[in-house]
Design a protein around this ligand. Structure first.
Ligand code: ADP
Ligand code: MG
Length: 729
């Protein structure tokens, strides 16, 4: 038996065994089995080493060399018992995916002798050959190399035969080269700020955690069909393709039954996810055909984000075993829904309180209102920055495409809370409040029901919606690293909470009672953040006009959205909170522009190749058949009668020529623009050129290609059509 066949057979047997296992074992029995979590460490470590690592996880304290060695050895032994032969530092470079460099545990120690080795210094720090990761010029400027450093708060895990250790990626000069590092900093900031504000309500709150529950949308495409679409393979989206006769208009896919083959895939990837401690719980069909979603229980943001990145990886690996390809692109197919990654976000305390959950009495509702209103204010003040955090070439196709959140950031809170805020705004007087007024206020605050039932008017069109006990940021792209939007969201909320605390304290110093000071400050925030609230249809054209009237930005594409990072107030904000220095921010801006340029450049090349090498030859071949047929009819029937008989063919021949010529001209125009753009040195200018002049031509090119698709004989068409891609079970 060939070794590859043997491997394949082993794989099947292994999977069979797994399935039998899953059949027998409950999820609770194997959940997190492939992670080196705290309970596992308690079993393997000395009491003292366990305490050290626990404190590192919970308080971010330092792990000394001696204990790091102990932890590393225990981790290695555990990983080897799970079949691991290699280890890697797992990190999140600014390319958007995750990166790893595998090293063997095994070390030769003499002729014919070897040991398995993994010491503390290998656990704590490593130097990947990082020169090929984007750094926006940081490493050139500082002539520093990068290293990865262990993040003990996120459990190490075994995938396949490799122990993966979550790490941050930093330049030797200290600048962050990844997404995780600024996220951790932003989380520390918001958690401290929230904990301090919590003191107004409960002195027992000593710890706050920001929480994230993402919902991941994706498409599944049969591998064979995927492989015959170069655009899907290279760019992750279909750059051509006429809409199928049936799209999503019947809504029959949404919450319909999941096809058997897809269920098998889901079962498999959920099993793998559960082994890795990813708490995936929900799965269902999405709106578009072949579109699906999965969602986990929410977790602390940093862990939740690691889990999302891991899940995307597990999904892709598992899909290939089922002859599927996962499309994580934000808009793989024009004309049907794109994919997002809703980021459900809140904050929870060590006392078990969700700070965005209305409480049982006026006091807990005042706490709720405090965090609720401050979040709205943070969005109001930093809407453009939040928009920048979700900018990507893929998401540009989705945002504002009339079935996705608009590129205009607004907040939806529902009619009940809108009324509540309006009432509060009116009833709090700026001066000294009478006892009656205060009682009245308390009563009205007490009226916020613990469960907000008016979620019936849930607005699916809002980019940032309050959904009863959390905010849901829906404009995040399906392929994005949540750390980008979460770093911004948590930073701006931290900033707002700090300001709030200063102002409330000042009011108290000036003589207001605590509750009164809080209420007055909230009233001020409610008034000044009003224009960001929008309850209507975010997909409509009216909203675009209305938003403009309100002075809200509508940053339609990535290069324009990314410009926000260059604003002085944005640099100051990140710098003030120690999240990113101006240099780091500029580097990020440059990297994002480069990513954008490269993506559009690849798409542009594929558009050109497919048009010239696939579509035009097929159209001409069909035209030749028509010409032969028309000529034959003329030969047989004579000029006049033959022409009459070949009327349709002749019209088709003309029409094909028209579209082929236009297609060719437009592609040539686009290529000329691409060449011009490539000559531009400055990354920002180049991105603008790619956006406006290169990508700006895609739609008109596509128009002619898609017209040809519905004319040319199906037998001759060289690409699987959207109906084939999307409706294959
Ligand atoms: P739906 O929005 O579909 O009705 P849920 O309300 O259960 O579903 O929540 C959707 C997502 O929101 C889930 O991933 C869930 O984990 C997450 N979520 C729920 N509560 C919180 C919270 N307090 N913080 C962050 N995410 C949360
Ligand atoms: Mg949701």
């Amino acid at each position: 038996m060939s070794s590859s066949r043997k491997n394949a057979l082993d794989e099947v047997l292994h999977r069979e065994a797994n399935h039998i296992q899953t059949g027998e074992r409950r999820v609770s029995e194997y959940f997190g089995e492939n992670t080196f979590h705290l309970d596992k460490m308690r079993e393997c470590l000395t009491e003292e080493a366990y305490k050290v690592v626990k404190s590192a996880i919970e308080n971010g304290s330092h792990v000394d060399r001696v204990h790091a060695d102990q932890i590393a050895t225990a981790m290695k032994d555990w990983a080897i018992s799970k079949g691991a032969t290699h280890y890697t530092h797992w990190f999140q470079p600014l390319t958007g995916s995750t990166a790893e460099k595998h090293d063997g545990f095994f070390k030769p120690i003499g002729p014919g002798k070897a040991i398995e080795r993994f010491e503390g210094d290998l656990l704590v720090q490593q130097e990947p050959d990082a020169s090929s990761f984007p750094n926006g010029g940081i490493r050139n400027t500082f002539e520093a190399r990068g290293y990865t450093a262990w993040d003990p708060s996120s459990p190490a895990f075994v995938i396949g035969k490799t122990l993966c250790i979550p790490t941050v990626f930093i330049a030797y000069t200290g600048e962050a080269l990844d997404f995780k590092m600024p996220l951790i900093k932003a989380l520390t900031k918001v958690e401290t700020a929230a904990q301090e504000v919590c003191q107004y309500f409960d002195k027992n709150v000593t710890n706050v955690n920001a929480t994230l529950g993402w919902e991941q949308e994706y498409f599944l495409i049969d591998t064979a069909l995927y492989n015959s679409r170069p655009d899907l393979m290279m760019a992750g989206r279909a750059v051509f393709g006429h809409s199928p006769a049936k799209g999503q208009q019947l809504d029959d896919h949404y919450f319909g039954s999941i096809p058997e083959r897809v269920t098998a895939f889901m079962r498999d990837f959920e099993y793998e996810s559960h082994l890795l401690g990813i708490p995936v719980t929900t799965r269902h069909n999405e709106v578009a055909p072949n579109q699906f979603e999965c969602a986990p229980m929410f977790e602390e943001v940093n862990i939740a984000n690691d889990h999302n990145l891991l899940l995307m990886d597990v999904m892709e690996k598992t899909a290939s075993k089922h002859n599927f390809r996962v499309l994580l692109h934000e808009k793989p197919f024009a004309g049907i829904n794109g994919s997002g990654k809703h980021n459900n976000w809140s904050m929870g305390t060590n006392t078990g309180v969700n700070l965005l959950q209305p409480g049982k009495n006026p006091k807990s509702n005042l706490r709720f209102l405090t965090f609720f209103v401050n979040t709205i204010m943070a969005i109001h003040e930093n809407a453009d920055l939040l928009r920048a955090s979700i900018a990507s070439a893929g998401n540009d196709h989705r945002l504002g495409a009339n079935e996705a959140p608009p590129a205009i950031i607004s907040v939806f809170i529902g009619s009940q809370l809108t009324k509540m805020l309006d009432d509060l705004e009116k009833s709090i007087s700026a001066g000294k409040m009478t006892p009656e007024a205060k009682t009245e206020l308390k009563l009205s605050i007490g009226k916020i029901p613990q469960i907000l039932l008016d979620n019936t008017d849930r607005n699916r069109t809002s980019p940032f919606a309050f959904t009863g006990n959390k905010f849901e940021f829906r404009a995040v792209g399906s392929s994005a690293n949540c750390a980008q939007s979460m770093t911004v969201l948590n930073t701006i909320v931290a900033d707002q909470l700090e300001k709030f605390k200063i102002n409330v304290d000042k009011r108290i110093t000036d003589g207001d009672k605590k509750d009164e000071a809080i209420l007055k400050e909230l009233q001020k925030l409610i008034t000044s953040s009003k224009k960001i609230r929008f309850e209507g249809n975010g997909y409509g054209d009216e909203w675009v006009k209305e938003a403009e009237k309100r002075g809200l930005s509508n940053l339609k594409d990535s290069p324009r959205a990314l410009d926000v990072y260059l604003r002085k107030e944005v640099k100051d904000l990140f710098d003030r909170h120690g999240i990113l220095s101006p240099v780091e921010l500029e580097a990020r801006h440059e990297i994002e522009l480069e990513n954008y340029i490269l993506k559009i450049q690849i798409e542009a090349r594929i558009v050109g190749d497919l048009a010239k090498n696939h579509i035009m030859p097929a159209a001409i071949e069909y035209q030749n058949i028509l010409i032969a047929n028309a000529q034959g009819l003329i030969d047989v029937l004579g000029e006049k009668e033959g022409r009459e008989a070949a009327k349709t063919q002749i019209n088709f021949i003309k029409s094909i020529s028209k579209h082929v010529n236009s297609l060719n001209d437009k592609v040539n125009d686009m290529i000329a623009e691409r060449k011009k753009a490539n000559g531009i040195e400055d990354a920002r200018e180049k991105a603008y050129a790619y956006c406006d002049n290169v990508k700006g031509k895609f739609d008109e090119i596509r128009y002619h290609a898609d017209k040809l698709e519905i004319m040319v004989d199906d037998e001759l068409w060289p690409l699987p059509k959207l109906r084939e891609l999307l409706f294959t079970k």
